[in-house]
Design a protein around this ligand. Structure first.
Ligand code: URA
Length: 262
């Protein structure tokens, strides 16, 4: 059966949370399982091979170092507007061909208390060129408001600046090509704390492609000297509202560290 990536990722996160809570048994109710998988299309039969596989292509030559790589462009950007312009003109990976608008990020770029880092633009963000403006963004707005801030008080950006088609998870290659833009933004914005939203955000910041969000969430991490609190992504919270309470505990740790705790 072909199970969509979101469902598998949610199931993995959910099971890890259960194990951490000390639960060792997960009885499966067939009715619930059926409901969970409703709408999941059965796997298409594998196409029969029609001709012998071609020999593997020789490895592509390493690209020559160029002044137009994200790394070089980000390093040369003196301010956030220059980063945004470089992002808008970037064609370093295949996502440039399918995006409507690049989504550099936005918000308070002068030492805000908090910078939120998400995964990648979705369909709404791709159309508007702004981060977190869809359903997940509406929940993020509520999280920001619950912390006592307005959206304009914080900076919001993503690991990837262009939408992966179909909202698939970014590949490690896409992340490593794009990450210099985010790193430059963090250096320019100088937030007091970063909230990494979901596994991809923390994987991008930590450089650990196997990091598990359920293991690191709620535990202070660090990125280039800036404290980072990983927590669940708002899209996960929309699919699994019972995890909102846990995410709120994580955000309260951020407020406490910023001296805004109750
Ligand atoms: N999800 C993200 O991770 N980022 C966005 O900008 C929107 C949805």
């Amino acid at each position: 059966m072909n199970v969509p990536r979101d469902i598998l990722a949610d199931l993995r996160t959910h099971l890890e949370v259960e194990i951490q809570a000390g639960r060792r048994r997960a009885p499966i109710d067939p009715a619930v399982a059926q409901d969970f998988l409703l709408g999941v299309a059965p796997a298409a039969p594998a196409p029969a091979p029609t001709r012998p596989a071609a020999p593997p292509a020789p490895p592509a030559p390493a690209p020559a170092a160029s002044a137009s790589t994200p790394s070089a462009l980000a390093a040369a950007a003196p301010d956030l507007a220059a980063v945004a312009a470089a992002v808008a003109g970037c064609g370093a990976c295949a996502l440039a061909a399918t995006r409507t608008k690049a989504v550099p990020g936005e918000g308070n770029g002068t030492g805000p208390d908090v910078m939120f880092v998400g995964e990648a633009p979705g369909a709404d963000e791709d159309l508007q060129g702004r981060p977190f403006v869809g359903r997940a963004g509406q929940l993020l707005d509520k999280m920001i408001a619950a912390m006592g801030y307005a959206r304009a008080d914080v900076f919001i950006a993503n690991i990837l600046k262009c939408r992966p088609p179909g909202n698939r998870t970014p590949t490690p290659d896409e992340m490593s090509v794009c990450i210099p833009f985010l790193k430059r933004q963090i250096a320019l914005v100088r937030p007091k704390a970063i909230v990494a939203l979901g596994a991809t955000a923390w994987r991008g910041l930590s450089g650990d492609p196997g990091a598990s969000i359920s293991r690191v969430r709620g535990i202070w991490q660090s990125f280039e000297g800036i404290p980072v609190m990983p927590t669940f992504h708002p899209a996960y919270l929309l699919r699994c509202p019972s995890a909102k309470r846990t995410a709120w505990e994580d955000l309260k740790l951020v407020l406490a560290r910023l001296g805004r705790g109750t």
